[in-house]
Design a protein around this ligand. Structure first.
Ligand SMILES: Nc1ncnc2c1ncn2[C@@H]1O[C@H](COP(=O)(O)OP(=O)(O)OP(=O)(O)O)[C@@H](O)[C@H]1O
Ligand SMILES: [Mg+2]
Length: 305
């Protein structure tokens, strides 16, 4: 394993950020930002422009869970997620650009922050001018992505529906959201053969189909822990990149090693250290960590969103 990243606990918002959030200063709500409610993306070039069933993400729920919102993109958390995003987009850009590529988040054990980081990463990528995101809840064992995003929509057709029924159109399950550029694919109904569905050729076909149906979109799969289920290992071969989340001061090294052995080709795995106390830009260990990160990857910090 040759890569690692660090992500801190999000800091408290500054007084100005809190005031801006409270006053809704210069901030369009997700629904407003989505224009007429048709799910049109900001760029107008991210795929179909009029789709039914827009999912309204609850900004209060997002903020309470420490998930980025369109009005919180200048926070330290946003900057940390941006660093991870830039690395991943650079890696996904190899061999023909990031569009249509699939990225999965997993970890050794439950609760390490996969779903939380998948949501933050997806919202950050949705802010790219030229890219959208299809965020997939592929934790078919214990899906929680929609709940984290404040979406009350149980029993939606989703990934398992598409995998089971090859005649089903991906566009009928991928939902627009009130965040421009962000689309969601719910998990779909529980299925006794989830692992077999994920390893099937249909899964590979589905990734290609979503790529065609939603051009200029990256696919982000939130999955289950490797040591608890076989779902991430089943998805691994379909993925262009894998982000392996490690909870700082919690996950044991041997659990990480064992998980990585169960997954496969380490060349496409990047580690991210979550919930660590070090933050980039602070003096002391945090600062050193940040600089290590930057110099290790050799890329300038470009300040783009
Ligand atoms: N960096 C972070 N700062 C603050 N809270 C975090 C952070 N990362 C994760 N959390 C919180 O920790 C809890 C567990 O996170 P999450 O549900 O994303 O874990 P998970 O790895 O997806 O778990 P599971 O394996 O059960 O799906 C959630 O309440 C989440 O909001
Ligand atoms: Mg999860």
């Amino acid at each position: 394993m040759d890569r690692s990243l660090a992500l801190p606990l999000p800091p408290e918002p500054t007084l100005i950020e809190r005031a801006a959030a409270a006053l809704d200063f210069g901030i369009r709500s997700g629904a407003d930002a989505a224009g007429t409610g048709t799910g049109t993306t900001g760029s107008g070039s991210r795929g179909p422009t009029a789709r039914p069933g827009l999912l309204d993400l609850d900004r209060t729920v997002l903020q309470a869970a420490g998930v980025l919102t369109p009005d919180r993109l200048r926070t330290r958390l946003a900057e940390e997620v941006r660093l991870i995003k830039r690395l991943l987009l650079a890696r996904l850009s190899q061999n023909g650009g990031p569009a249509g590529k699939a990225l999965m988040l997993t970890s050794a054990l439950p609760g390490e922050g996969k779903t939380w980081l998948a949501a933050n990463l997806a919202i950050s990528i949705a802010n790219e001018r030229d890219l959208g995101v299809v965020l997939v809840d592929a934790d078919l064992a214990r899906p929680s992505l929609l709940r984290l995003l404040g979406v009350e929509a149980p029993d939606l057709p989703g990934l398992s529906s598409l995998l089971e029924d090859a005649a089903l159109d991906a566009g009928s399950c991928v939902r627009d959201t009130s965040i421009p550029g962000l689309r969601l694919l719910p998990p779909g109904p529980a299925h006794a053969l989830s692992t077999e569905l994920l390893t099937s050729q249909r899964m590979a076909d589905l990734i290609a189909e979503i790529g065609r149906r939603f051009p200029d979109h990256v696919l982000i799969f939130d999955t289950a822990p490797v040591l608890a289920t076989t779902l991430p290992a089943a998805l691994f071969d379909h993925m262009a990149e894998v982000l392996f989340v490690v909870e700082a001061n919690a996950t044991r090294g041997r659990d990480v090693t064992e998980s990585l052995e169960l997954l496969g080709d380490p060349a496409k795995v990047s580690l991210v250290l979550n919930k660590c106390r070090h933050v980039i830009g602070e003096r002391g260990a945090g600062s050193r960590y940040g600089y290590d990160y930057e110099s290790y990857y050799g890329g300038p910090r470009d300040g783009r969103t």
